[in-house]
Ligand binder design. Structure first.
Ligand SMILES: *Cc1c(COP(=O)(O)O)cnc(C)c1O
Length: 236
């Protein structure tokens, strides 16, 4: 068994135990394997182990991997999620290659992604990134602005608004983690009453997975615990 397969098994096991502990249906929390900076071979090992959903932060790196797997793994049905910050000159590559985007934080980016999504592809699944940590975090929009952006996205033809994502400030206290995640859950509930396609809460990473599952996460994003520590020295 590869190290990656072993790691995936133990995280899936841990996730299942949290689902049980908090009365969540088994399998209701999806594991997104964050493969940024990791080579093709690492992703191949995860695919061998049965994994299908991968998250990438850097556009060109992600697109290179997607194109490689489109050529070599046509029957495998992989799902590619873009989870990094988005510059407007990169939206076209994202729209043409990814299945999901977690990090929408402004109308301009949403509009470009919709305009640039090829018509033969399914609508791009998108999440609004929300800053639930106030001044401790600079990424994501303020909670008060979410409804307006959600309504804007809901009216765009080639995007499907699936929910919300957050990267809370790195706090070790469980009660603080839970409070940040509960804030995102409450926002999701308020959106569900006006937008039918909302079903996703992307929250929880290696250090706060349990609190995320307790608060209602439907997708946790895990990198290091699956693929090992990252080396950024080859990246430009
Ligand atoms: C890198 C990254 C992760 C995974 O982080 P790990 O600490 O390696 O588990 C999750 N979410 C986002 C948005 C990331 O950029």
């Amino acid at each position: 068994m590869s190290t990656i397969q072993h790691n995936l098994d133990s995280i899936n096991h841990e996730l299942n135990s949290f689902e049980t502990k908090f009365g969540r249906p088994t399998g209701s929390v999806q594991l997104l394997a964050v493969s940024k900076t990791k080579p093709i071979e690492a992703i191949e090992q995860a695919i061998e182990a049965g994994h299908r959903c991968f998250g990438e932060n850097y556009v060109q790196e992600g697109v290179d991997k997607i194109q490689y797997f489109n050529e070599h793994y046509t029957e495998k049905n992989l799902d590619w999620h873009f989870i990094g910050p988005i510059q407007s000159n990169k939206t076209k590559l994202i729209a043409e290659n990814f299945d999901w985007v977690h990090s929408i934080d402004r109308e301009k980016i949403a509009k470009r992604l919709s305009d640039q999504r090829p018509s033969e592809m399914a609508p791009l699944n998108v999440l609004i990134q929300v800053n639930t940590s106030g001044e401790q975090s600079k990424s994501g929009i303020d909670p008060e602005e979410v409804l307006k952006l959600a309504q804007y996205i809901d009216a765009l033809p080639n995007l499907k608004l699936r929910g919300l994502m957050s990267i809370p400030a790195n706090v070790s206290q469980y009660s603080e983690q839970l409070a940040a995640f509960n804030a995102l859950k409450d926002l999701k509930i308020s959106l569900e009453s006006t937008i039918n396609s909302i079903d996703t809460l992307s929250m929880g990473m290696s250090g706060d997975m349990q609190a995320a599952v307790e608060a209602g996460s439907t997708m946790v994003r895990i990198g290091t615990a699956i693929f090992g520590a990252r080396d950024y020295s080859n990246l430009n």
